[in-house]
Design a protein around this ligand. Structure first.
Ligand code: SF4
Ligand code: F3S
Length: 369
């Protein structure tokens, strides 16, 4: 492992103790940490004490943990998840790159190219064998011996297997790496698959979305960097802190849904009044993702807030499931709780985490003023 601890790296870069404490609070919130504290001992109300304990846990991890090596592979993708992550807010990619990670290989972001970067990857896999996090973006084609996607003369399949062998954990970011995504859409001409359908002997976390919410990817990596363990996952291997609720559960149009007020076209009076988009095909009630709570672009908005129905981009068969813009004739009572949904519901308290993310963002911004 790189010998420098995260805290040492921060200090070297001139980060003050005050900002260091802010970062620990931000990370605790981003990861949805909900640690049960010894309330009696702290003498604080339980909610405050939980936040305090979570901050303490992150603080102590930041001070003692070495920076985490990351290898990031891209296969059948549009690089949208990489693009999104460069705009992540809490923690920012810059924070992660500089303070908690060392990204050893990233085809889009690495300065080196060609033989030089491929050699750097080989060196990193050797040096950090068994220790690095492997992030995969894009699906893996299996048909015709995987000829549809090659990098440096090797198929995506062989590159994935090679890098997975020495990884401590694997994070599949985006719907393509998680469930096959757009490349897998019927007729799936390349035989595209998600990582967890191929690698079964290593922990694989899915962060689906099109693209994945950056904070979900960075927060999951940060959790592993700090605690050496992955957050709790649902039945589709999605981290509960970010996929514990449906978009519908936290949607700002929900009161209109409950009142039976639905936009019937994109330019009718209901749409102008911000009414529910369910009858325009919104899949929010059956889509688990944190869009409605974390949002995008530093908490600015998310598709439904901007007037577009949720398309269900964090669910399997996102494209082939279809039904885009095809509304139901009658309001949904309440979606049946699936096996996965039931498991997720148990961790609904984790939604506190996403609320905390926004609170933390606000506090950091206020502190920066
Ligand atoms: Fe929001 Fe869609 Fe649910 Fe309506 S159906 S409340 S627009 S998530
Ligand atoms: Fe995707 Fe629906 Fe969110 S389309 S970005 S899960 S609002």
């Amino acid at each position: 492992m790189p010998e420098e601890t995260i805290a040492q790296g921060l200090k070297k870069q001139g980060v003050s103790r005050r900002d260091f404490l802010k970062l620990s609070g931000l990370l605790a919130a981003a990861m949805g940490l909900n640690i049960t504290p010894p309330v009696k001992a702290s003498g604080l109300p339980s909610k405050l004490a939980r936040g305090y304990q979570a901050n303490r846990a992150v603080l102590s991890a930041l001070e003692s943990k070495p920076r985490l090596p990351v290898i990031w592979l891209e296969f059948q993708d549009c690089a949208g998840c990489s693009e999104a992550i460069t705009r992540s807010d809490s923690p920012t990619l810059v924070n992660l790159v500089l303070n908690t990670l060392t990204i050893e290989y990233h085809e889009t972001l690495s300065a080196a190219a060609g033989f030089q970067i491929e050699q750097a990857k080989q060196d990193a896999m050797k040096k950090y064998a068994g220790q690095y996090i492997l992030v995969v973006e894009g699906s893996i084609p299996l048909d015709n011996n995987g000829v549809y996607c090659t990098v440096g003369g090797k198929t995506a399949l062989s590159l994935l297997q090679e890098a997975a062998a020495g990884a401590a954990a694997i994070i599949a970011t985006g719907n393509c790496a998680s469930f096959g995504g757009l490349p897998k859409a019927n007729p799936n001409p390349t035989g595209a698959k998600g990582v967890w359908q191929i690698i079964t002997d290593k922990p694989v976390v899915n962060i689906p979305g099109c693209p994945a919410i950056p904070e979900a990817t960075t927060g999951t990596i940060a959790h592993f960097a700090l605690f050496g363990a992955l957050p709790a996952l649902d039945g589709l291997h999605r981290p509960m802190p970010f996929y514990g609720n449906t978009v519908h559960d936290r949607c700002l149009r929900r009161p209109f849904y409950e009142a039976g007020k639905f936009a019937m076209s994109f330019d009718d009076e209901g749409a102008k009044q911000g009414w529910c988009l369910y009858k325009l095909g919104c899949k929010g009630p059956t889509t688990y993702n944190a869009c409605a709570s974390i949002k995008w672009d530093e908490g600015l908005s998310f598709p439904v807030q901007s007037g577009h129905p949720c398309l269900g981009c964090s669910e399997p068969d996102f494209w082939d499931g279809g039904g885009f813009y095809q509304g139901q004739s009658a309001p949904l009572e309440r979606p049946a709780v699936t096996a996965v949904g039931a498991a997720v519901a148990v961790g609904a308290a984790i939604g506190i985490g996403t609320t905390l993310v926004n609170q933390a963002k606000k506090k950091v911004k206020e502190g920066a003023k």
